[in-house]
Ligand binder design. Structure first.
Ligand SMILES: NC(=O)c1ccc[n+]([C@@H]2O[C@H](COP(=O)([O-])OP(=O)(O)OC[C@H]3O[C@@H](n4cnc5c(N)ncnc54)[C@H](O)[C@@H]3O)[C@@H](O)[C@H]2O)c1
Length: 270
């Protein structure tokens, strides 16, 4: 269903690793809606991933960048402006990683070097991306920047570990940078809080299959899929949402406002 919602818009999409990645779906939908964009990922992820296939399908260039390294980001942003032929209208930050989660380290026994690495990759990188585009004056007025997050920033989901803290920080950066970027350049900044989704990052969480089922049954509309998330991102990049900024937007089938559902209660009846 293409409506040319992003016709003429230029973007940068971080985080497409494979065809399960939410960023992959966003790239496909943005392409369908008429956008042109540059794809980027960490150099190491590119070797593992299939990003070139996506680039071919969407007519995009790929520029490697480690989102924690400012020089990489400066190179990415200036090259993107050149390749796309003008300033940027939208950015998707779809990046998350916790070394403590990966290595099965319990939240009460963190390795703080790993904690700092995860915080840098998952949260501070969002600030670095925006500081770079701002310094290079690379965003168009009414441009839209979106990062993906999860409700563990507000409520405890024990196995989400230190990613919960990373997401809280990420969402705070969206508010704070959104304030400054709104005033200086009329750029909007939001986070989208997505349902659990079966991707490489998602499936790294312990007990993820059971958790995804639980979440689906706790959501009146069921879990939102990666493609549905891509639709929402497209809406947020479009001109139809110009006055939405500094928000954490739940895209979760109603999970965040549900105390319990009858289906879940029924599981406890004797
Ligand atoms: N899958 C879920 O259940 C879920 C739910 C809510 C939010 N999210 C968020 O969505 C986003 C995308 O995750 P996904 O589920 O599509 O998984 P994914 O594993 O496909 O994407 C994560 C991406 O981060 C990239 N990345 C890691 N370190 C990087 C670095 N230093 N520089 C640049 N890129 C780097 C990876 O290469 C990968 O492409 C993440 O922020 C994640 O936390 C996921």
């Amino acid at each position: 269903m293409a409506n040319n919602l992003l016709k003429g818009k230029r973007g940068i999409i971080f985080g497409a690793l494979n065809d399960q990645s939410i960023a992959w779906k966003v790239a496909e939908r943005a392409h369908e809606e008429g956008a042109t964009f540059v794809l980027t990922n960490a150099p190491i992820a590119m070797r593992m991933g299939k990003i070139n296939k996506l680039a071919e399908a969407t007519g995009s260039k790929v520029i490697p960048a480690d989102a924690t390294i400012v020089e990489d980001l400066e190179n990415l942003v200036s090259q993107a402006v050149e390749i796309l032929g003008g300033k940027i209208d939208f950015i998707l930050h779809s990046i998350g990683m916790s070394v403590n989660v990966r290595k099965g380290k319990h939240y009460t026994d963190e390795n703080y070097a790993w904690t700092m690495k995860g915080l840098d990759v998952s949260a501070l990188s969002f600030h670095k991306v925006m500081q770079t585009t701002k310094k290079l004056d690379a965003m168009n007025e009414w441009g839209s920047i979106v990062a993906l997050t999860y409700i563990a920033a507000q409520r405890v989901f024990p196995d989400y570990n230190d990613m919960a803290d990373n997401k809280s920080y990420l969402e705070s950066i969206a508010r704070s940078f959104g304030y400054h970027y709104g005033i200086s350049d009329k750029v909007r900044v939001n986070t989208i809080s997505q349902s659990p989704t079966m991707t490489t990052a998602g499936s790294g969480i312990k007990g993820f299959n059971e958790f995804i089922n639980y979440s689906g049954k706790m959501s009146p509309l069921g879990n939102a899929s990666a493609v549905a998330c891509a639709d929402y991102c497209v809406a947020m990049f479009s001109d139809l949402t110009r006055y939405v900024t500094m928000q954490n937007l739940f895209h979760d089938g109603g999970f965040s406002n549900t105390g319990v559902t009858q289906e879940v209660i029924n599981k406890f009846s004797d």
